[in-house]
Design a protein around this ligand. Structure first.
Ligand code: ASP
Length: 462
């Protein structure tokens, strides 16, 4: 007999079925044994009757989290046993045969409960068990659904999905790089991508016009509740697009994606607020437009923040970019940028998508002419040679007919946190790191063997 998924049992009343999964709970009621079985689709109550002597004996040995295959008959529950709180609360499975596929140790915490109060160390050490819990299963499914809906929207709009390298050169995204030593070029290092920024711009030069990627981004930043070393972004870039049309496209995507998932949006079209107005009104460029009642109802309040200043001063008085060095100034500010004057008043075609008090995405229309990009680097204090070293490849590419283009990156974790109400990034990643930067389940970072170090020509200083 073929295995049936538990969620399908509703349509199989009075039939013989085979199901398989994990023992989720066990209740002994006198001679009857009640066992809940869980698979990835749901949970079902099963009953073992004492008259089936042999099977009943096996049922008596079963413990939580054992993996079993069960043959039985789907019955309607007696009226007084119906549980409206269970999805399949009107039916149960009468066990006729049990096959134990694997036994299980007693888990270090309860799988049938909510693990938010269990210590992070224990949860991440046994992440594969933590992920079995209802809340974590739901979070991961929400994440998968969100990504699938984004993909569908973008494919419908004729986007193409392209992967960019993981071993790459460091990009000036403003964070510290994670680096990877090269064996065949001793003393030289790759960097893991902080974002696919330059590659996606090169793809525009390459004529793809509408690119996206579900991209991993790695940044060596201080770990916080809403920040890990690794995150995923829906990375998008489009050619021949105005800021207005681009924001409409992304707004269309977010609206379709979250409404399909049953969420409500507070205001459509999303309000557009200038950076200046946001700072005056909310004292920050991220803000929460929801009322307390809307917070309780899980409503999503999106807004665009636009018109950012291009540059800001560093601690030592040097100009640096406020968001993204590859952005295009507002057209009226291009002459000032090229002349290197009036820097504090240069505005950029940069935009952030804010949702429920957090930045859920950010991007810009880019500088596609080499002179403009060079002028940005000049303002930031780089001479021609230094600029060439950093972004010479991009400047060169732009001399071969780079189309005007712009894009965005939407943080997957941040968006899923908004959808699920989770406050910690680790709740929406399958295998996040601990706050101490230790990988879940596995033991990185760890030392290399002497042989590995020798091959890489690396000496460790104590
Ligand atoms: N590269 C930017 C980031 O990762 C997003 C963008 O401008 O597309 O934040």
């Amino acid at each position: 007999m073929e295995r049936t998924k538990i969620s399908e049992l509703e349509n199989r009343i009075s039939e013989k079925v085979k199901i398989a999964g994990w023992i989720n709970a066990r209740r002994d009621h006198g001679k009857l044994i009640f066992l809940d079985l869980r698979d990835s689709s749901g949970k079902i109550q099963m009953v073992s009757l004492p008259q089936k002597t042999e099977t009943h004996k096996i049922a008596d040995t079963l413990r939580d989290e054992w993996v079993v295959e069960i043959n039985g008959i789907v019955n309607k529950r007696p009226e007084k046993m119906i549980n409206p709180e269970e999805v399949l609360g009107k039916i149960e499975l009468e066990i006729s045969e049990i096959k134990v596929l694997n036994e299980a140790e007693t888990p270090p915490f309860e799988i049938s409960g909510d693990t938010s109060n269990i210590s992070e160390e224990t949860r991440l050490k046994y992440r594969y068990l933590d992920l079995r819990t209802d809340r974590m299963q739901k979070n991961m499914k929400t994440r998968s659904q969100f990504i699938q809906n984004c993909r569908e929207y973008l494919f419908n709009k004729k986007f193409i999905e392209i992967e960019t390298p993981i071993l790459t050169e460091s990009t000036p995204e403003g964070s510290r790089d994670f680096v990877v030593p090269s064996r065949i070029h001793p003393g030289k290092f790759y960097a893991l991508p902080q974002s696919p920024q330059q590659y996606k711009q090169l793809l525009m030069v390459a004529g793809f016009e509408q690119y996206f990627q579900i991209a991993r981004a790695v940044r060596d930043e201080d770990l916080r509740a809403d920040r890990g070393f690794e995150h995923t972004q829906i990375d998008i870039e489009v050619s021949f697009v105005s800021q207005d049309n681009f924001l409409n496209l992304i707004e269309g995507m977010m609206t379709e994606v979250v409404e399909k998932m049953g969420y409500k949006i507070k205001e459509k079209p999303f309000p557009r607020i200038s950076y200046k107005e946001a700072m005056e009104k909310y004292g920050a460029d991220k803000f929460d437009l929801r009322t307390d009642k809307e917070k309780e109802e899980g409503i999503l309040a999106y807004a665009w923040v636009v018109d950012f200043p291009f540059f800001e001063k560093t601690a030592d008085g040097q100009w640096t970019f406020s968001h993204n060095p590859f952005s295009m100034p507002k057209p009226e500010n291009v002459p000032d940028l090229l002349a290197g004057k009036n820097i504090e008043n240069i505005m950029t075609q940069q935009y952030d998508l804010v949702c429920n008090g957090f930045e859920s995405g950010g991007g810009s229309i880019r500088a596609h002419q080499p002179e403009i990009l060079k002028a940005v680097y000049k303002v930031m204090g780089f001479n021609d040679k230094e600029t060439e070293e950093r972004i010479g490849h991009l400047l060169e590419a732009f001399t071969y007919g780079a189309p005007p283009h712009g894009g965005i990156a939407l943080g997957v974790e941040r968006n899923i946190m908004n959808l699920t109400g989770e406050l910690n990034l680790r709740e929406v990643q399958a295998f996040p790191m601990t706050r101490g930067g230790q990988t879940a389940v596995m033991k990185a970072p760890k030392e290399l063997t002497k042989e590995q170090l020798k091959e890489l020509k690396i000496k460790i200083e104590n």
